[in-house]
Write a protein that binds this ligand. Structure first.
Ligand SMILES: Nc1nc2c(ncn2[C@@H]2O[C@H](COP(=O)(O)OP(=O)(O)OP(=O)(O)O)[C@@H](O)[C@H]2O)c(=O)[nH]1
Length: 885
């Protein structure tokens, strides 16, 4: 920038070129000729060097004399003859005079360095002057450039402002029309969303303009600061190159403060920079501002990704609106929500559309679908016929367990408490005619629970009806459930061995439920059996297989297996154990499994007889070892090629389940609130259920919840598998619930807690008992009903009028007893014409409390004198009757 040649600079400074060159050499800038360029940096280095030289010279003076003066004195004698004039001759001979001559000489010797220092001092002064001039010129130039840049910037700003105003006005018009349709949606700036008159737009533009100016001023200051920092850095660098004489530090600093070559240079550069950048920034800013202003005038349509569940707060954030705005929008739609409330995908999509954005549904189950797709593809192959899966249903004690037991040729019924089927499992039996798989369920509860989860397992329902008992409530329910699931029935008319067995009655009663026997023209096979004696069982199996043939049940027998989880439990030694029913493909040892929210590799397969097997084909139930946790009954089971993917899907499902549970809890809380507000009359029985296996827990939950009536709500707060522990007791305490242990007991700690807090704990080993007892408990909670009972009736035979007592009906008690204190009704032709109470009851002028049938009496009715001969007076009482469910 301020570079010039050495010769030019020597001329400016006013010293010979040779001296400047030698000074440069001495300052460490060697190899410079008169025509070589000299940079500002070089000048600064030279100046520093010279200053040091000067300062160093001064210091030398103090230590040794800079000059020596020598003085020399020479004295000589000169004899001169006296003068010969008249007066002196008369007295004596001729005389000589002696003259002393003193010659003095003085010489001063000056040290060479002092001379040089003197010269250097002059040089420094000259150089400083030159550099000051130089800097002044540079500053002047920078100032001019900055002014020019500022002028340019102003022009551009003016142009930008005008353009922005024009655009604002145009956008304002456009928005006014748009306002009508988009209202206040999708506008991040509320003020921009409102229609405004033109002056308002101008004001806004002005405000924007001012904001922009402030911004630019800030930018300018930043650039200046940057320049200053740069300058200082350069100075520091310059100082480093010449910093050798510590003695001169203080002065050097002073000099640096007063004069800086770097400052001039940087200042100019900074000036230019500001100018250049300033104008550039000004231009950009203008563009940005044009854009920034125009932005809110149009609705910003965002693509909003919506997962399966999202909170109100998160959704608002995705749309770049405040949560309050979204909540307001929801209120408009009639939904009251809080910021943390979870919304399902459907609702979220509606809201996003409502607010003018584009919903993008995030398919979290893409991976899941891919995994399942792989399995179904791996199952492709020829379908072969498969064994039917049978569920046995029927009324309690009609012989379901005995039947299954007999078919299986195992003594299950005897081993079980109460002789009632408890474990929900499955087993398959081989017959001469083929294979049949039986689901060992306690009735229709588990069947329905499975169906509720979308798991259609059962191909055929065997309806057990005791021939001596006929169709009972649970028989009817079973029929209803089977029909709802469109599963064909085979009726086993059981206990045919009993003397009072009446199979025709069974047929009759079932046909009323539209279960018509084949021999009566229907399509249902009726088989007479005796589970106890094993009679007719082959016929039953044959009928089942016949039915299954009609249904042409088929499945792919090879490839990756898929099926349904029947039950699961935690085995101390073996970890999570799950019974699965293979529906398609072949499940093998070593397969990677995905089971609901669990995954794993099949470590072992065990059949219903406890034997280890290598694989299991369609319709075969098998116990699987090696899962990560306990899947739920009804969960899908699939074999996947990639265990890692299975794990990912399982984790994802768990997360989804958690979200769903949270959403449900939220809903439940609100529901509770509302229901409490609305019907504080409703009593609630809370239950905490723990059972030995998942299936029993679910069956209990279902059955108990079904006991709910309009007056009493039965809520199963929690169900679980395993012993009752402290946390269960705490939960029961917190929710004021009754604890139910089904085939499980409380551990020591839990027992202590139960005793301390007097928690209601009941153990059961028969589902029916559990249900009955809860039912009784609920009955106790029902508000007793008030029932009216007529206790006596009297016929009016005559009417006496007394001034004191009014009308007195002379009556004969025809039925029961008429009591003085009980309420009465007056009936005329069996129609109630008055309702009230007795004023007086007399017999032979004596007041009595009651009059029995066949006795005459005088009855005075309070506040009623219109009693007539022939009327009847009915006496009744109100009694509380405990209601039953
Ligand atoms: N005489 C006779 N008794 C039978 C027959 N089948 C079952 N029983 C008896 O009926 C009672 C109930 O039989 P279960 O098999 O336990 O009845 P269930 O339907 O399984 O009962 P839950 O599991 O409680 O639903 C038992 O005492 C059996 O011995 C039969 O064919 N003849």
């Amino acid at each position: 920038m301020a570079e010039n040649k050495v010769s030019e600079f020597a001329e400016t400074v006013g010293i010979p070129v040779e001296r400047l060159v030698s000074q440069l050499e001495a300052a460490g800038i060697s190899g410079r000729g008169p025509e070589d360029p000299l940079s500002d940096q070089d000048k600064a280095t030279l100046l520093d060097h010279l200053r040091k030289g000067r300062d160093g010279g001064e210091q030398d003076d103090d230590q040794s004399p800079s000059k020596i003066t020598l003085r020399r004195k020479k004295v000589s004698t000169l004899k001169m003859p006296a003068s010969s004039s008249g007066s002196g001759s008369a007295r004596g001979p001729r005389q000589t005079r002696t003259v002393n001559v003193e010659v003095r000489k003085k010489r001063t010797y000056v040290k060479r360095s002092v001379v040089e220092a003197e010269e250097s001092k002059h040089d420094v002064e000259r150089l400083e002057r030159a550099l000051i001039e130089d800097r002044k010129r540079a500053e002047e130039r920078a100032r001019r450039e900055a002014e020019e840049a500022e002028a340019r910037r102003r022009e551009e700003e003016e142009a930008a402002r005008k353009q922005a105003e024009e655009e604002a006005a145009a956008a304002q018009k456009a928005q006014a029309t748009e306002q009508a349709t988009t209202a206040e949606q999708a506008e991040p700036e509320p003020e921009a969303a409102e229609p405004q008159p033109d002056p308002e737009a101008a004001r806004l533009a002005k405000e924007k303009e001012e904001a922009r100016k402030r911004e630019e001023e800030k930018e300018r200051r930043r650039l200046e600061q940057e320049a200053r920092r740069e300058r200082e850095a350069e100075e520091r660098a310059a100082r480093k190159t010449g910093a050798t004489a510590p003695g001169g530090k203080g002065k050097q600093k002073k000099g640096r403060d007063s004069l800086s070559v770097g400052a001039g240079k940087s200042g100019r550069r900074a000036g230019k920079k500001v100018g250049r950048r300033g104008s550039a920034v000004g231009g950009e800013a203008a563009k940005q501002l044009q854009h920034g202003f125009a932005k809110p005038t149009q609705p910003v349509v965002r693509e909003v990704e919506i997962p399966e569940s999202i909170t109100v707060g998160d959704l608002a954030q995705k749309m770049s609106v405040k949560a309050a705005v979204l909540i307001k929008e929801m209120m408009k739609q009639g939904v009251m929500a809080t910021i943390n409330q979870a919304l399902d995908q459907e609702t979220a999509v509606l809201l996003v559309e409502e607010m003018g954005h584009k919903p993008v549904i995030v398919r979290e189950d893409a991976l899941e679908e891919e995994v399942l797709q792989d399995t179904s593809e791996a199952q492709e192959g020829d379908k072969v016929s498969r064994p039917p899966v049978v569920t046995v249903m029927g009324h309690v004690d009609h012989g379901k367990t005995s039947l299954l037991d007999n078919i299986r040729r195992a003594k299950v019924a005897d081993a079980e408490a109460g002789g009632i089927t408890q474990h929900i499992g499955a087993y398959h039996v081989e017959t001469d005619r083929g294979m049949v798989t039986f689901l060992d369920t306690p009735g229709h509860e588990a069947f329905t629970a499975m169906r509720a989860r979308g798991a259609q397992l059962t191909d055929i329902v065997v309806l057990v009806v005791a021939a001596d008992d006929g169709v009972m409530p649970q028989t009817e329910e079973a029929v209803r459930h089977a029909k709802a699931a469109e599963v064909p029935l085979v009726v086993a008319v059981n206990k045919i061995d009993k003397p009072d067995a009446d199979p025709d009655r069974v047929k009759q009663e079932l046909s009323q439920l539209e279960v018509i026997p084949e021999e009566w023209g229907g399509d249902v096979q009726f088989v007479h059996v005796s589970a106890k004696q094993g009679q007719g069982l082959d016929d039953l199996l044959e009928s089942i297989l016949l039915q299954s043939e009609l249904m042409e049940l088929e499945a792919v027998a090879d490839g990756n297996a898929s099926g349904i989880v029947l039950e699961s439990s935690l085995d101390k030694g073996r970890g999570p154990v799950a019974t699965v029913l293979v529906q398609s493909g072949r499940l093998k040892k070593g397969d990677s499994l995905l089971c609901g929210t669990e995954y794993g590799r099949v470590r072992a397969l065990i059949d219903e007889t406890g034997m280890r097997v290598d694989d299991a084909g369609p319709s075969i139930p098998v116990v699987v070892l090696g899962l990560s946790g306990l899947p739920s009954a009804g969960d899908d089971m699939v074999v996947v090629a990639d265990e890692k993917k299975a794990r990912e899907v399982a984790e994802m499902r768990k997360g989804r389940q958690r979200d769903k549970r949270l959403a449900q809890q939220q809903a439940a809380r609100m529901e509770n609130l509302f229901s409490q507000m609305k019907e504080d009359e409703v009593n609630t029985v809370n239950l905490v259920v723990k059972a030995d296996v998942q299936g029993s827990a679910e069956a209990l939950q279902q059955s108990l919840a079904n006991l709910s009536t309009d007056d009493v709500q039965v809520k199963v707060v929690s169900t679980g598998v395993g012993a009752i522990n402290e946390s269960d007791v705490n939960l029961a305490l917190a929710s004021n619930a009754i604890l139910i242990g089904f085939n499980v007991r409380a551990d020591a700690a839990a027992r202590r807690l139960v005793q301390e807090n007097e928690v209601d704990l009941h153990y059961y080993s028969v589902i029916y008992d559990a249900i009955e007892q809860v039912k009784n408990a609920i009955s106790g909670m029902l508000e007793p009903e008030l029932e009216e009972r007529i206790i006596g009736l009297a016929e009016v035979k005559d009417v006496f009028r007394s001034s004191k007592l009014g009308a007195i009906a002379g009556s004969l008690v025809t039925e029961g007893v008429v009591r003085r204190r009980n309420p009465i009704r007056v009936l005329r032709d069996n129609v109630v014409i008055y309702e009230g109470e007795l004023e007086s009851l007399r017999r032979h002028k004596d007041d009595v409390t009651e009059v029995k049938s066949g006795t005459e009496c005088g009855i005075g009715v309070k506040n009623y004198n219109d009693v007539r001969i022939g009327d009847q007076i009915e006496c009744y009482e109100r009694v509380e009757v405990q209601r039953q469910l």
